[in-house]
Design a protein around this ligand. Structure first.
Ligand code: ADP
Length: 602
C-alpha cells in the first residue's frame, strides 16, 4: 500500500489540493470528537499552508445505531462524494473507524484511512493492516503516580474494573503493572461487582484512599456501559477521589490521570495524514500522554494545585473574577480611576479655593485694619478733644472739691455731688476710649454676629459727633423702623459708616453752604436694611460714580483712595451692596444695603 500513499502525495500536490474527509461518530456537540476534529483541521491547514480541501461528516451513530440508517448514510455519502472522492479519511473513534472500514469501497475508493482512538480499538476491531492509527496507550502506572502526587497522604488504593473481556484484560494488566506501586498501600482490587455495588462501595471509602478506575464496559450482571458513564455514577457519590487513565473520564467526575488529550490525539492523527499526503510511509503511532487534572475535582477533594506533577495540565480552572470579567473590570477600573482623579482634583480645587478664600479674608482683615488706623488718625483730633471734656471736668470738679474740703465746715452733700460728677465724667471718658478701642482692635477672624443697624448707626454718630462739631457740621439722623437686624462683623460695618461719613465731612470742607451730614436708615419692601449717608457738599462729578470705588482713586492731596474700595469689599463680604449718587440739593448720597437677618424677619 505504500504505492498508494505515493499516489496521494506528490501527484495530488502537483495537480489539485488533497481532499481529506473527517468522520465524527457523533453530532458536532460532543466535546471529545469536536476537540480531536478541531485539532486535526488546524494541524492540516497549518501543514499544507491552507492548500487542502477538508470535509466533515457527523455520523451521529450513538443516537442512530440502526443498521438501515447506517447503510443509507453510507449510500448518501457515496453519492455525495462521487465526484470528490477523498484521498484520506480520518475516522475519529472506534465507531467511525468501523463505519469507514465497512463502507470504504463505496465511499472512499482508494483513500487512505487513518484512525484516531484507543489502542484497544485496533485489537477489538481487527482493523485491516493498511488502516493506520494514532492510538492512545493504556498506562496505569503513570496515572497511579499522578494520584500519589496529588494525594500524598493516601494509605489505601482501590482499583476497579468491569467484567467485559477488555475490562478483565485491563485489570490483569494493571495488577502486573502496579505490583510494585501497590506495596506502599493497603490495596484492594474491586472486580466482579454490579454497578450498584461499585457505587455503594465507593460511597463508603475512607478519605485517605485513592480510587483508580479502569474500564467498565460491562458489570457483573452483564449490563453494558460506556466506561465514562459508569465512572460518572461511581464518582458522583464517592467518598475518596477517583482517578483514571482516560481523558474522557475527566468530564465525568474523575480528578484526572495520565491521559491522551483529544487535542494530542487529533494532532498525532493529522501528522499521519500529512505524511500520507506527502507520500511518506506511515505506521501506527502512539499519541503523547499528559498529566491532566480537573480543577473542580481538586477543589472538591481539597487537593492542592501545588502538588500537580510538573507539566501537568489543569482543566476547568475557574477563571478569576478579573479573568472572567476583564472588560468590565477594566471599565470599572477606568471609571474608578477617573472618579478618583476627579475627586482628587475637586479636593485640590476646594483646598485651593479655601486657601484662596482664607488668603483673601486675611488680606481683607489686613487692609481693614490699615483703614481702621487711617480712620483713627482722621478722628484723633476730635477724639482728643472729646476726651478733654470729661478729663477737664474731672479736673475742675476735683479742684472744687479741694476748695470745699478746706472750709471750716465742709458741705458733705456738695462733696458727694462733686464726686458723683467725677464718676460720670470718668464713665464718659471710659466710653470714648472703649469705642475707639473697639474700632482699632485688630481681628484675626471675622466675627459674624447679629446686630441692629439702627443701634450701630447711633454709636457711629456718637463717635463722629465730636469731629463734626469741630468742623462745624450738623449731624442729623432718621431711624427707619424699630430694629434693623443684620448679620455681619459689627466693627467692620461701623468702619464703613465712619469711612463714608468722614468722606462726607471732607467733601463739605470748602463749601460755602450749610454743612449738613444726615444718616438715615430704612427697611425696603424686599427685606433690606438700608443706611443712606448724605452731605451738603458739591457731590460726585458726573461719570465718577463707579470710579470712586476703585482702589487708589482719590482727589485728596493726602488721600489713599482705598476707603471706598475697602468699604465695598466689606459690604459685599456680608452679602450687601453699596452705591453712590447725588442728592437733589447737589450733595453726595451713599447707600449701604444689607439683607435683613433671617431669624429676625418673622
Ligand atoms: P480717599 O478718601 O482716600 O480719597 P476714598 O476711596 O474714600 O479715598 O474716596 C475716593 C474719592 O471719592 C475721594 O477722593 C473723593 O474724590 C470721592 N468722594 C468720596 N466721598 C465723597 C463725597 N461724599 N462727596 C464727593 N466726593 C466723594
Amino acid at each position: 500500500m505504500t504505492g498508494h500513499a505515493t499516489a496521494v502525495g506528490e501527484n495530488l500536490i502537483g495537480g489539485r489540493a488533497p481532499r481529506v474527509l473527517i468522520l465524527y461518530p457523533n453530532d458536532e456537540r460532543l466535546a471529545a470528537n469536536a476537540g480531536a476534529g478541531a485539532a486535526v483541521r488546524t494541524q492540516l491547514l497549518k501543514g499544507t499552508g491552507g492548500k487542502i480541501e477538508l470535509f466533515s461528516e457527523f455520523l451521529d451513530l450513538s443516537r442512530f445505531p440502526e443498521e438501515e440508517y447506517i447503510e443509507r448514510m453510507a449510500q448518501f455519502l457515496a453519492i455525495k462524494y462521487a465526484d470528490r472522492r477523498p484521498d484520506v479519511v480520518v475516522a475519529l473513534g472506534e465507531q467511525s473507524a468501523k463505519f469507514i472500514v465497512e463502507h470504504r469501497a463505496a465511499l472512499a475508493g482508494n483513500a487512505r484511512i487513518i484512525v484516531a482512538g484507543f489502542r484497544s480499538t485496533r485489537g477489538k476491531m481487527d482493523l485491516p493492516p493498511d488502516v493506520i492509527g494514532a492510538f492512545s496507550e493504556f498506562d496505569i502506572i503513570k496515572t497511579a503516580e499522578f494520584a500519589r502526587h496529588l494525594h500524598p497522604n493516601a494509605e489505601r488504593l482501590f482499583i476497579l474494573g468491569g467484567s467485559s473481556e477488555f475490562d478483565r484484560w485491563g485489570m490483569e494488566t494493571a495488577k502486573t503493572d502496579l505490583a510494585e506501586f501497590s506495596k506502599n498501600y493497603v490495596t484492594t482490587y474491586l472486580e466482579d461487582l454490579t454497578i450498584e455495588e461499585f457505587v455503594a462501595k465507593a460511597a463508603t471509602l475512607p478519605s485517605d484512599s485513592i480510587v483508580l478506575a479502569l474500564t467498565i464496559f460491562k458489570d457483573r450482571n452483564g449490563r453494558n456501559f460506556l466506561p465514562h458513564e459508569a465512572v460518572k455514577q461511581i464518582a458522583a457519590t464517592a467518598t475518596a477521589p477517583v482517578f483514571g487513565p482516560y481523558s474522557i473520564y475527566i468530564e465525568y467526575g474523575s480528578v484526572g490521570g495520565n491521559v491522551v488529550t483529544f487535542e494530542a490525539l487529533g494532532n498525532t492523527a493529522a501528522d499521519l495524514v500529512l505524511d500520507a499526503i506527502h507520500g511518506k510511509p506511515i505506521k501506527d503511532v502512539q499519541a503523547p500522554r499528559f498529566d491532566v487534572a480537573d480543577a473542580r475535582q481538586l477543589k472538591r477533594w481539597g487537593l492542592s494545585e501545588e502538588n500537580l506533577p510538573p507539566g501537568a495540565v489543569l482543566m476547568f480552572r475557574q477563571p478569576s473574577f478579573l479573568e472572567q470579567h476583564w472588560l468590565v473590570a477594566i471599565i470599572a477600573f477606568a471609571v474608578i480611576a477617573g472618579q478618583t482623579t476627579a475627586i482628587i482634583l475637586l479636593l485640590l480645587e476646594r483646598r485651593r479655593r479655601r486657601t484662596a478664600e482664607l488668603e483673601a479674608r486675611h488680606r481683607l482683615l489686613e487692609v481693614v485694619h490699615l483703614n481702621q488706623s487711617a480712620m483713627a488718625g482722621a478722628l484723633s483730633a476730635s477724639i482728643a478733644h472729646e476726651l478733654n471734656q470729661p478729663l477737664g471736668a474731672i479736673r475742675s470738679n476735683a479742684e472744687a472739691a479741694a476748695v470745699v474740703m478746706k472750709s471750716a465746715c465742709p458741705d458733705l452733700k456738695l462733696i458727694e455731688q462733686i464726686l458723683a460728677d467725677i464718676r460720670d465724667d470718668d464713665q464718659r471718658a471710659h466710653d470714648i476710649i472703649s469705642r475707639m478701642r473697639g474700632l482699632l482692635k485688630k481681628r484675626s477672624e471675622i466675627e459674624w454676629q447679629e446686630f441692629d443697624l439702627n443701634e450701630l448707626t447711633a454709636t457711629a454718630i456718637k463717635i463722629l459727633k465730636g469731629e463734626a462739631a469741630r468742623r462745624g457740621i450738623e449731624v442729623s439722623s432718621k431711624r427707619g423702623g424699630d430694629r434693623l437686624p443684620v448679620r455681619a462683623d459689627k466693627i467692620h460695618v461701623q468702619q464703613v459708616i465712619l469711612n463714608i461719613a468722614i468722606n462726607a465731612m471732607d467733601a463739605m470742607a470748602k463749601t460755602g453752604k450749610e454743612r449738613k451730614l444726615t444718616l438715615e436708615t430704612r427697611l425696603t419692601k424686599d427685606a433690606k436694611a438700608v443706611l443712606s449717608i448724605s452731605d451738603s457738599g458739591d457731590g460726585i462729578p458726573e461719570g465718577k460714580f463707579a470710579t470712586i470705588f476703585e482702589p487708589f482713586y482719590t482727589t485728596k492731596s493726602s488721600g489713599t483712595g482705598l476707603g471706598l474700595s475697602i468699604a465695598r469689599t466689606i459690604v459685599e463680604t456680608y452679602g450687601g451692596s453699596i452705591m453712590a449718587c447725588n442728592g437733589r440739593d447737589g450733595g453726595a448720597v451713599f447707600r449701604v444695603m444689607f439683607p435683613l437677618a433671617q431669624t429676625e424677619t418673622t
